[in-house]
Design a protein around this ligand. Structure first.
Ligand code: LHQ
Length: 257
């Protein structure tokens, strides 16, 4: 249910159940976790690119699975065991994660996309906080991410109405980084991911960590975090290479160390 390939420093992960709009199954979530583990460990991987096969990106939890409406179903346990670890994994991954939203992203599929570091969407793509339509609340970090990305009023509107948000408006609202013409999505996203894979990977990982920390910190504690993480960045080979290249007026050759 997942296609994984590594090329030019980029691990490409394609959600692959196109006939179900790539809805998440337990198997797919387990495969995703394994892929992200490998992405973190593998030194040759310096950026991750996530997309969906077919006309959709991901329609969230597979609602076709009969178990999801069992009498004694515990959706909290399903989040605790499967979805929450995946969201944490994605955010803690010390390498940049680009998401190419190729079509509709609904429910957990939408919030999974929004958990990635840089989100590009095709013009024809859309985001739906579909949860309310089936009597659930936004999960996969949605209730935390949405107000931070688009503000309280828009977060509340999206979550309570479950209305479809077109990619163009998602970009205008600051929910995502960029919208690109459908036919150019994969070229743009691949070229962005490949570019990031040539950059100072350790610094990008630390930048991600610092920005994520900011939403729960005061300026004082954030300054302390910057001090600690900059100390670490300043001790990387790539920092020395970056300064040397600047002085020698050449393009730096970063190694991700
Ligand atoms: C699907 C799905 C799907 C199975 C389309 N499952 N087959 C929940 C529970 C447990 C724990 C953790 O968290 C969660 C969080 C969640 O994610 S809840 C939200 C679950 N997702 C949804 O409610 C979205 C359901 N899907 C839709 O509303 C529509 O399919 C959208 C708006 C995404 C796309 O609409 P269309 O473009 O009109 O496509 P379609 O509806 O015709 O879908 C195509 C096929 O994919 C269709 O099958 P068929 O056999 O008729 O061709 C759908 O049944 C199937 N599909 N989503 N989540």
């Amino acid at each position: 249910t997942l296609l994984v390939e590594i090329e030019a420093g980029v691990m490409s992960i394609t959600l692959n159940r196109p006939d179900r709009l790539n809805a998440f199954t337990a198997v797919m979530l387990a495969e995703l976790t394994l892929a992200l583990d490998a992405a973190e460990k593998e030194e040759a991987v310096r950026a991750i690119l996530i997309t969906g096969a077919g006309r959709g990106f991901c329609a969230g939890q597979d609602l076709g699975d009969r178990k999801v409406i069992d009498e004694d179903i515990d959706l909290g346990a399903s989040l605790e065991e499967r979805y929450n670890p995946l969201v944490k994994r994605l955010r803690a991954l010390p390498k940049p994660v680009v998401c190419a939203v190729n079509g509709v992203a609904a429910g957990a599929g939408a919030n999974f996309a929004l958990c990635c570091d840089i989100v590009l969407a095709a013009e024809g793509a859309s985001f739906i906080q579909a949860f309310a339509k089936i009597g659930l609340i936004p999960d996969c970090g949605g209730t935390w991410l949405l107000p931070r990305l688009v503000g309280h009023a828009r977060a509340m509107g999206l979550a309570l109405t479950a209305d479809k948000l077109e990619a163009r408006r998602a970009a205008d609202w600051g929910l995502i980084w960029q919208v690109v013409p459908d036919a150019e999505l994969m070229r743009e996203a691949t070229s962005l991911a490949r570019h990031l894979a040539t950059q100072p990977t350790r610094a990008l990982g630390l930048t991600k960590q610092a920005l994520q920390a900011s939403s729960t910190h005061s300026i004082d504690s954030q300054l302390a975090i910057e001090r600690d993480l900059q100390r670490e960045a300043g001790r990387t080979e790539d920092y020395r290479e970056g300064v040397a290249a600047f002085r020698e007026k050449r393009v730096p050759a970063f190694k991700g160390r």
